[in-house]
Design a binder for this molecule. Structure first.
Ligand code: SER
Length: 619
């Protein structure tokens, strides 16, 4: 079966079950500052999962492009990629567990032709701490479904009991609970989530893949990482909302199903290596031609990395992300440079990444016709980046010659200044017989990873890059600044965006001219006066209409669910307050925690009719 055929069959199967087809959203989330990339099918549908009516009704089906930057280091095994397509079907308060599990099982057996004996499932074991019940219903539904196929399917109450004893396994929240933020304890307030049931395909115990597995001679289990089992689909029963008072039920019980297109395809072809599916293999074949090497051992690893990274870059560039030093563009740069580095390992000479672009476009153009139009642009962007990196390589090599050594600090310097991948530096060092103190390098990397994780984990609500104490203080300060600007300049001032780091806050707002020195001073005075007055920061969850009536400022009204989170700063909630805004937090509880004085460091134009202010501590 081909990837295009599988995608088509899935969409048709659910359309026949009265689901409306929706197109894939962009990899760059629209109107959603919470994350950098679309990393799952549910992301563009969050407002509807939270209760908003979808214009196409309660049953939807799609194939959503997804990019998971956090998986970059995982790529190289038989199943991980940064870019993938997620087949999704959605019940927005319509059907629930029985229909979902039945239909997915039927699809796999009747349409894809999988042998049900090869399928294993996991369900949620419950979480006492959060009062979340064990998902008995799903386990029982699965048991019935297997029984109808003549398969006895014991339910195993404890994980890790081994396959011999079970087919349906209970796992705790770390494995069988789904929300964008992960398990219940990690979810921010206002985030939807629910128990999930994952389905695994068993490639069998005799695969060469398992030579190094701890499970080689033991009873394996679905969540074992040895590669024998491949998770091919995840049915999330999205029915909870995390609130200040624990988990409450969402207005409607939803189903969020996501199945990896490449992974189901791998199962359909009983081929454990997803890079051998027709969605990736043509890229690997091209690499074999370019390098005159085979798809084995270390070269296999390199080819997988290049194939994944270039495919992801093509898709990201098509959605408007170009290589850059920070934010989204940083990831495209990192993908391309990493791919170049692995190209060196394959001994491919010259610029080669752009030569892979037509192959990738050919695989995907039937389903994503815009790719053909964008082919010249994508090729240009990748060629430019390749040239740039080769120039950086030259400059870096000169620097190495000048320094006459590579140690941990130099390795890190080359990484930061010239974008040298560490593996490349290690190779050069080895050629010269220089040693790099790996412990020191790990230390430097860890500090850096910590920082870049804060980028890649996405921006939290409110434009914060993380949730530490200082960013939280600055976040509350943006509300004060907003209120002060409206007081000094008038109520036509509206927030247009914000970005907060540990060093400063940046605030964009609608206004048609530069501020005068007097206005800047007055705004600063107000903000500092309110900090010193130690006003209370109140938090409420309110029905949207009530919040609007109470005068709360809602900035992107179409995005808000029926229940909203509102922060009020003042002496009381009703009459004596200076700021009331729709906002997901986090905030300090009293303004004096911010600590005065704050100072406006810069005021400038940001776009037509939009001004930008940078503010931080005076000293
Ligand atoms: N949201 C779930 C996931 O991404 C299912 O679509 O796995």
């Amino acid at each position: 079966m081909t990837g295009n055929e599988l995608r088509r069959r899935y969409l048709q199967f659910f359309q026949a079950k009265k689901h409306q087809l929706i197109p894939s959203a962009s990899l760059v989330p629209e109107n959603d500052a919470t994350t950098l990339f679309t990393g799952s099918g549910m992301q563009p549908l969050v407002p509807y999962l939270l209760g908003k009516e979808h214009p196409l009704g309660q049953r939807l089906v799609n194939a959503q492009k997804a990019f998971r930057s956090q998986d970059i280091e995982e790529v190289g095994d038989n199943r991980h990629t940064t870019f993938f397509e997620m087949l999704g079907n959605w019940s927005l308060g319509d059907y629930f567990k029985r229909e979902q599990l039945t239909w997915f099982f039927q699809f796999l057996i009747n349409e894809v032709g999988l042998d049900p004996k090869r399928l294993y499932v996991t369900v949620f074991a419950g979480d006492e701490k959060f009062g979340l019940a064990r998902d008995h219903q799903s386990a029982e539904i699965w048991q019935e479904l297997f029984a109808r196929q003549g398969i006895d399917a014991p339910i195993v109450a404890q994980p890790l009991n081994g396959l011999n004893q079970g087919r349906i396994f209970y796992y705790p929240a770390e494995k069988n609970w789904w929300s964008r933020a992960g398990e219940p304890g990690k979810m921010p307030l206002g985030e939807p989530g629910g128990p999930d049931s994952e389905l695994f395909y068993d490639f069998g115990p005799d695969l060469g893949l398992h030579e190094n597995s701890a499970w080689r001679n033991q009873a394996c289990h679905p969540n074992c990482d040895c590669g024998r089992f491949l998770e091919i689909g995840n049915s999330v029963f999205m029915q909870y909302l995390k609130t200040k008072n624990g988990f409450t039920l969402l207005p409607k019980k939803n189903v969020d199903f996501g199945g990896g297109l490449e992974r189901i395809l791998a199962a359909a072809n009983n081929e454990p290596d997803i890079f051998k599916t027709d969605l990736l293999w043509p890229i690997v074949s091209r690499l074999m031609d370019l390098s005159a090497r085979s798809y084995v051992d270390q070269d296999q690893f390199a080819m997988r990395v290049i194939a994944d990274h270039v495919r992801a870059s093509v898709m990201l560039i098509a959605d408007g992300v170009v290589p850059a030093r920070k934010d989204r563009g940083y990831f495209v740069r990192r993908l391309l440079r990493r791919a170049i580095r692995f190209g060196h390992q394959l001994n491919i000479q010259g610029h080669f990444l752009s030569q892979l672009v037509p192959t990738i476009v050919e695989i995907y153009q039937a389903h994503y016709p815009d790719l053909s139009d964008k082919l010249p642009l994508i090729t240009q962007v990748i060629t430019d980046e390749e040239i740039k990196f080769h120039q950086a390589l030259d400059r870096g090599m000169k620097k190495i010659a000048q320094l006459g050594k590579i140690d941990a600090q130099v390795s890190f310097y080359l990484y930061e200044t010239f974008g040298f991948p560490f593996e490349l530096t290690a190779e050069i060092a080895q050629e010269h017989g220089w040693t790099i103190d790996q412990k020191m390098l790990t230390k430097l990397k860890k500090a850096h990873q910590q920082q870049s994780r804060t980028a890649s984990a996405g921006k939290f609500k409110g434009g914060l890059v993380d949730r530490n104490q200082t960013t939280t203080k600055f976040h509350t300060a943006t509300h004060l600044l907003h209120a002060a600007l409206r007081q000094v300049l008038g109520n036509q001032v509206e927030q247009r965006g914000s970005h907060i780091t540990r060093e400063r806050l940046r605030f964009d707002f609608s206004f048609h001219r530069a501020l005068t020195d007097e206005e800047i001073t007055r705004v600063e005075q107000l903000v500092n006066q309110w900090i010193t007055a130690d006003l209370t920061v109140y938090h409420q969850i309110l029905p949207k209409e009530v919040a609007l009536k109470a005068g709360a400022l809602a900035l992107f009204s179409e995005k808000y669910p029926d229940k909203v989170s509102v922060y009020t700063i003042g002496h009381d909630l009703k009459d004596d307050y200076i700021s009331k805004e729709f906002c997901g937090g986090p905030h300090v509880t009293h303004t004096a925690e911010i600590g005065a004085p704050l100072k406006i460091k810069k005021e400038k134009s940001s776009a037509a009719g939009v001004r930008r202010i940078y503010m931080s501590y005076a000293s």
